[in-house]
Design a protein around this ligand. Structure first.
Ligand code: K2U
Ligand code: ZN
Length: 173
């Protein structure tokens, strides 16, 4: 297992539509392990492959928030949303690729998702609460969409300029 560097917005790789996973190779298994390790280390409750520079349709999640509760790591390969609820939720979202920036995003409160597991089986589950917000946030990443794309242009530009400044400072070291 190894930590992978997380790409910071703006980065063209974060705007690309990712490619489906076509085989459950050792590389894919190693990527899943590294994504979970990187996610927990961040810390975050979700992570998408393009955020670590791999343009494949895979995401990891663990939205268990209760202290002391058993972690519930999930790896979703080629996830698809098959149903969304009428009712919506507003959640103050963040993003590991847009550090220290938060904004309210409205999304369907519940979603049904199907995906391929690392074991080769196909799964279907209804997500609600933070899990629903997170899985939609991660699937957006697989389609090159960031939570700031839901904001008004001025707010989005302000955040992008802050990230450009952060990256300039990091480049100077
Ligand atoms: O994709 C990512 O950047 C990981 C996000 C996923 C996420 C964003 C907003 C709402 C739910 C999930 C990270 O988990 S950001 C850190 C975080 C931690 C707890 C709750 C919300 C966000
Ligand atoms: Zn994100």
């Amino acid at each position: 297992m190894s930590l992978r560097p997380i790409l910071i917005h703006p980065d063209p790789r974060l705007k690309k539509v990712c490619d489906p996973v076509t085989e459950l190779s050792d590389d894919i298994r190693r990527l899943a392990d590294d994504m979970l390790e990187t996610m927990y280390d961040a810390p975050g409750v979700g992570l998408a492959a393009p955020q670590v520079g791999v343009m494949s349709r895979m995401l990891t999640m663990d939205c268990v928030k209760e202290e002391g509760a058993a972690p519930q790591p999930m790896v979703l390969i080629n996830p698809e949303i098959t149903w969304v609820s009428e009712e919506t939720n507003v959640y103050e979202e963040g993003c590991l690729s847009i550090p220290e920036q938060y904004a309210d995003v409205t999304r369907p409160a519940e979603v049904d998702v199907t995906w391929l597991g690392l074991d080769g089986n196909t799964y279907a589950e209804r997500f609600s609460g933070l899990w629903a917000t997170c899985v939609q946030h991660e699937i957006d990443h697989l389609n090159g969409k960031l939570f700031i794309d839901y904001l008004k242009p001025l707010k989005r530009q302000m955040i992008t300029r802050k990230m450009q400044k952060l990256k300039r400072e990091q480049a100077r070291g």
